[in-house]
Ligand binder design. Structure first.
Ligand code: IPM
Ligand code: MG
Length: 360
């Protein structure tokens, strides 16, 4: 039997609620499947750790994580701790320290969930956004001078490297190639930003030569928002910079019905380090402790984690269970239901246990 070591970091807000839900579903899958075991270690890092110790995680945090096969992450953010501290103190050091340069964000309209777009239902919107996750606008390169004075300056420099752009482009073309439509849209803003963004376009054209069976096109990020809304069927795999994809993936989540169902995987494609799996929605402290957080994004990212670990059959079973439960209308209020987090979780675990077709 295969054993995988999973580091769970529930962290802040609704993070602990959805990670607990995700672990219950994973356990149901483990029992059902019988071929693998997850050894889960929980880490109590996050805003509470910061209040206690002045740091979001211990100084050797990433060293403690390096031996794990994957990281299952909740959310960071708290009302009383500045966002840049929670983010740069925990999530970004893991993403950047482990060179998880490919951020993969699938979006689909699940059965039973309504898109705000008229006439668009399951099957009409099936995208994967590949977000460059190691550089660009999130490089942390910049500074402030003459603080507080009228002549104060703040810079926030986006860094694009040939290595960084080439590797994300290869990943995106490879992913597009693995999907039935073999269709990739490369997003930039190369009309206004004529250095780094023009380099993106050039590298896309170079990398494309190695993927002759992938159809690809280019979009400017502003026009891309219009295309996503007006012609969702025309898109499949999408690659964009760290910031552009951050924005586009929120739009994608909203068009698919709710950010509450949107998952994300922070992947080191070379597998030198553990990859990290998390729901996109964040800590949502307005609903923390109410028991109504949508666990679907976490189930979906757990499926991404299983897939990454090589347990594709279990990943597919998780998604079939989630789709069944959504189709049955067992959903949290953010997607128009009345169920609690725990009710949805129990329904998904039950669907995992009861599914009679064994795909292994
Ligand atoms: C996301 C989030 C984060 C990001 C926030 C919390 C900084 O919006 O994962 O999309 O921008 O990377
Ligand atoms: Mg975002």
């Amino acid at each position: 039997m295969k054993h995988y070591r999973i580091a769970a970091i529930p962290a802040d807000g609704i993070g602990p609620e959805v990670i607990s839900a995700g672990l219950q579903a994973l356990e149901a899958l483990e029992r059902r499947d019988g071929g693998f075991r997850l050894d889960v270690t929980c880490f109590d890092w996050g805003a509470e750790h910061y209040r206690r110790t002045g740091a979001m995680m211990p100084e050797d945090g990433t060293e403690q994580l390096v031996a794990f096969d994957a990281i299952f992450f909740g959310a960071v953010g708290a009302p009383d701790v500045p966002d840049h501290i929670t983010l740069w103190g925990l999530r970004l050091p893991i993403c950047q320290g482990f060179d998880q340069y490919a951020n993969v964000r699938p979006t689909r309209i699940l059965p039973g969930i309504r898109s705000p777009l008229a006439g668009v239902g399951p099957g009409d919107l099936d995208w994967v956004i590949v977000r460059e996750n190691s550089e660009g606008e999130y490089s942390g390169h910049g500074g402030r001078a003459h603080r507080g004075l009228p002549e104060e300056v703040g810079t926030e420099v986006a860094i694009f490297t040939r290595v960084g752009v080439t590797r994300i482009m290869r990943y995106a073309f490879g992913l597009a190639q693995s999907r039935p439509r073999k269709l990739l849209t490369v997003v930039t803003k190369s009309n206004a930003q004529r250095f780094g963004m023009v380099m993106w376009d050039e590298i896309a054209a170079e990398v494309a030569k190695a993927f002759p069976d992938v159809t690809w096109d280019k979009m400017l990020v502003d026009a891309m928002t219009v295309r996503m809304v007006k012609n969702p069927r025309s898109l499949d795999t999408i690659v964009a910079t760290n910031l552009h994809a951050d924005i586009l993936s929120d739009l994608a989540g909203a068009l698919a019905g709710s950010l509450g169902v949107a998952p994300t995987a922070n992947i080191d494609p070379e597998r030198r380090y553990p990859s990290m799996f998390e729901p996109i929605h964040g800590s949502a402290f307005d609903i923390t402790g109410k028991g109504i957080a949508n666990p679907v994004a976490t189930f979906w990212t757990a499926a991404q984690m299983l897939e990454h670990l090589g347990e594709a059959a279990a990943a597919a079973r998780m998604m079939r269970a989630v789709e069944r439960v959504c189709a049955d209308g067992v959903m949290t209020p953010d997607v128009g239901g009345t169920a609690t987090t725990q009710e949805v979780t129990e329904a998904v675990c039950e669907a995992i246990r009861r599914e009679n077709v064994d795909f292994r």
